[in-house]
Design a protein around this ligand. Structure first.
Ligand code: F6R
Length: 586
């Protein structure tokens, strides 16, 4: 979603803000802006485009003042225009805000403010915050009272930072992330530790329904009743500052290439948590597994491996759908919530529903300080380091490894899997991408790709099609092999490419038959398999391994294929259009 940032200290704020925004750009990247306060005046610079583009156009980092706020936008209300970019000043220009989230009652508030003579320059919901703050500040003449009054009027979910002309900064959190970075002589406010990790690793994760006021050398954190709130300073892992591309052209490529190591770190040092999860699973009335996007695709795999190797039934639930049928959730059950960021609003909502039904929550997350981790009874960390590329790659394979570890604990006899072997096999695929690169060239001008898989390979086909869509903007769809004749075969002609996920396991022969049926209709076939076949127009070889490991392995060449096809199509693989990494709004 959007990223917000604030700086209060002894250094010139603008360059620090711009650096922080650059690091958080994965959260939203259609517009960017910065505002600083200097000699009781607020100056704003903003525009559409990515941080570097806008910075070279308007020099965001050349603004005077040691107090400032900044924002990268992922549009929700209003188009991608300069005027809709944040920061938004209030009518008087004496207050400016940056906001992440959605103000649900903004129309009502806007109408009220307009009837009182306020005017609006943007189409955003966020601009109302600036003007309500102005109105309340003119009444109360006090920042604390102003924030209290303002949050009592706002509905929805938000994190905002407000900068007052007198040099005070205040920030409030309600169901959107907000972290305070505590430096030697300065403070940072940020949606993500990446916004300030270069300067300090002391962080305060603000609780929901709290706000902070920063003044010279001090800060106070209060709750929405105006009472002092408890907080703790956490040492943030410096590893999260390790978000550099190194020699790789893109974060996405770097993250794909990290997988031989990251799968070995998944769920590391969580033997106790895996044991508790297995105990919960054994005693639960029902097991639900939830997530969004790629994390939901992991839930689909989890269902299959739990039933195949541990004879345990589980129900995957798409997080965004649960609110429409909350009665699915029965009490005395468990919900396994999978989320890289731990901040997806849909996932957090699903957790809320499950908690209401007295379910235990198991979180599989990458960010151990996230809202999801804090809501859970048991948390298992993916430990895959920051995933900056918007499309999930290494987090997916880490999620799978954790799920496999849980199932392995439940039935060691049935599930034999050696992750060192898997890691080596991934390494082998990555060693020589030439064949994948060549195949990617063929995808440059096509408009439809289908990905076919049977059994456990069908969720991988869905995940593969998600990667292709996100990175290449080519229409892509996962097809369960057996359903081909029940409809999708009608789509096959010589304009179409079909990726066949076909490792040599129990699905092999049937899937090969599907490939032949497709080929007979003129479509081109890309086979992902450990066995060559004449039916494949392009064969992408995967190493021979034990059957249980194939799902973890077979997604790797498709991640690579999506990446290289994105380069062919000249799209930005790290920042697909219209998307954002951490979807904290519904
Ligand atoms: C796909 C992708 C998204 C995320 C989804 C959930 O490549 O990145 O579909 O998987 O938004 O995000 P998390 O796992 O952070 O909850």
């Amino acid at each position: 979603m959007c990223s917000i940032i604030g700086y209060y200290g002894n250094e010139t704020a603008a360059p620090i803000l711009v650096k922080g925004l650059k690091r958080m750009e994965y959260r939203g990247y259609d517009s960017v802006g910065v505002a600083t306060e200097n000699d009781n005046e607020i100056e704003v610079k903003k525009g559409t485009g990515k941080v570097n583009e806008v910075n070279s156009k308007v020099q965001l980092d050349v603004l005077p003042g040691k107090i400032g706020i900044g924002h990268t936008r992922w549009a929700t209300h209003g188009k991608v225009t300069d005027l809709n970019a944040h920061p938004h000043p209030s009518n008087s220009g004496k207050i400016a805000i940056v906001h992440n989230g959605i103000i649900e009652n903004f129309e009502e508030l806007k109408n009220q403010l307009e009837s009182e003579g306020y005017s609006f320059k943007s189409e955003t919901d966020s601009e109302v915050i600036a003007n309500i703050l102005q109105k309340n500040y003119e009444i109360t003449k006090d920042v604390k009272e102003t924030i209290l009054k303002t949050v009592s009027e706002l509905q929805g979910h938000y994190a905002f930072v407000a900068m007052f002309e007198n040099g005070q900064l205040a920030a409030a959190r309600f169901h959107e992330p907000l972290i305070i970075g505590v430096g030697q002589d300065d403070f940072f406010l940020s949606s993500d530790v990446l916004g300030f990790i270069e300067y300090t690793d002391d962080a305060i994760y603000m609780e929901n329904g709290n706000f902070v006021i920063l003044e010279k050398d001090k800060f106070q954190i209060l709750d929405f009743n105006g009472e002092h709130a408890k907080y703790g300073i956490t040492k943030v892992s410096k590893e999260f500052g390790d978000a550099y591309k190194g020699d790789y052209a893109h974060f996405t490529l770097k993250e794909i290439y990290e997988q031989p190591e990251t799968i070995l770190k998944a769920g590391e040092k969580t033997a106790d948590e895996i044991k508790s999860t297995a105990d919960y699973i054994r005693h639960a009335k029902n097991i639900y597994i939830t997530g969004s996007g790629t994390s939901y695709n992991s839930a689909l795999i989890a269902k299959q491996i739990l039933s195949k190797y541990a004879k345990i039934k589980a129900e995957p639930i798409m997080s965004s759908e649960l609110q429409f049928s909350p009665d699915i959730i029965e009490d005395n059950s468990i919900l396994i919530a999978i989320s890289q960021s731990g901040e997806s609003a849909d996932v957090l909502d699903a957790v809320k529903i499950a908690k209401k039904a007295n379910c235990k929550i198991i979180a599989i997350v990458n960010l151990l300080t996230s809202s999801l981790a804090r809501e859970a009874d048991v948390t298992i960390g993916m430990n895959c380091g920051p995933e900056i590329g918007v499309a999930a790659t290494k987090s997916f394979t880490s999620q799978l490894v954790i799920l496999y570890k849980i199932v392995k604990y439940l039935n060691e006899e049935n599930l034999k899997i050696d992750f060192n072997q898997t890691s080596q096999s991934i390494g082998k695929i990555l060693e020589n991408p030439t064949n994948v690169q060549k195949t990617a060239k063929e995808l440059k001008d096509i408009s439809d790709i289908y990905v076919l898989g049977r059994g456990i390979h069908y969720p991988i086909a869905i995940e593969a099609s998600l990667k292709l869509k996100e990175l290449t903007y080519i229409h892509a769809e996962g097809i369960p092999g057996g359903e081909l004749k029940h409809g999708p075969l009608a789509l096959m002609d010589d304009n179409v490419f079909v990726i066949i996920i076909n490792p040599n396991d129990s699905t092999y022969t049937d899937t090969l038959t599907s490939a032949r049926e497709i080929k007979a209709r003129g479509a081109k076939i890309i086979g992902i398999s450990d066995v060559q076949s004449d039916v494949y127009d392009y064969w992408i070889e995967i190493p021979k391994i034990s059957e249980s490991e194939f799902p973890i392995l077979e997604i790797i060449p498709i991640q690579l294929l999506s990446y290289y096809a994105a380069l062919e199509k000249d799209t930005d693989p790290d920042y697909p259009r219209n998307l954002a990494k951490s979807v904290t709004v519904k």
